[in-house]
Design a protein. Structure first.
Length: 127
C-alpha cells in the first residue's frame, strides 16, 4: 500500500513538472514565431526601401542627363527640342519614382501580412 502511494505521488509530481516544461516550451515557440514575423517584415521593408532608392536615383540620373542635353539644345537655338527633352526627363523621373513607391508599398504590405500571420500562429501556440 505504501509503495502504491509513493508511485502516485511520484506520477503526480512528474505530471506537474512535465506540464510546466511544456508551457515553457510553448512560450518559447510563441516568442520565436513572433520574432520571426518581425524579422521577415523588417527584411522586406528594407528591400523595398533599397529598390525605391535605386529607382529614384536612376530617374534622377536620367533627368539630369536629359536636362544637360536640353541646355545644349537651348544654347544652340533649338527651343522646341530643349522643351521636349526637359519634359521627357521629368516624365521618366516621375515614372521611376512611382514605380519605386509602388514596389515599396507592395513589399511593406507583404511584410505586414507575414507578421500578422506569425502573430496569429504564436497566439495559437502560446495558448
Amino acid at each position: 500500500m505504501k509503495r502504491i502511494k509513493q508511485q502516485i505521488v511520484l506520477l503526480t509530481m512528474t505530471a506537474a513538472l512535465t506540464s510546466v516544461a511544456a508551457a515553457d516550451a510553448s512560450d518559447q515557440r510563441a516568442q520565436y514565431l513572433d520574432n520571426k514575423g518581425d524579422r521577415i517584415e523588417q527584411r522586406l521593408d528594407n528591400k523595398g526601401d533599397r529598390i525605391e532608392s535605386r529607382l529614384d536615383n536612376k530617374g534622377d540620373r536620367i533627368d539630369n542627363r536629359l536636362d544637360r542635353k536640353s541646355e545644349r539644345a537651348a544654347a544652340n537655338g533649338k527651343e522646341k527640342r530643349a522643351a521636349h527633352l526637359d519634359r521627357k526627363g521629368d516624365r521618366i523621373d516621375n515614372r521611376l519614382d512611382r514605380k519605386g513607391a509602388r514596389i515599396d508599398r507592395k513589399l511593406d504590405r507583404k511584410g505586414q501580412k507575414v507578421d500578422r500571420r506569425m502573430d496569429r500562429r504564436s497566439a495559437r501556440v502560446g495558448s
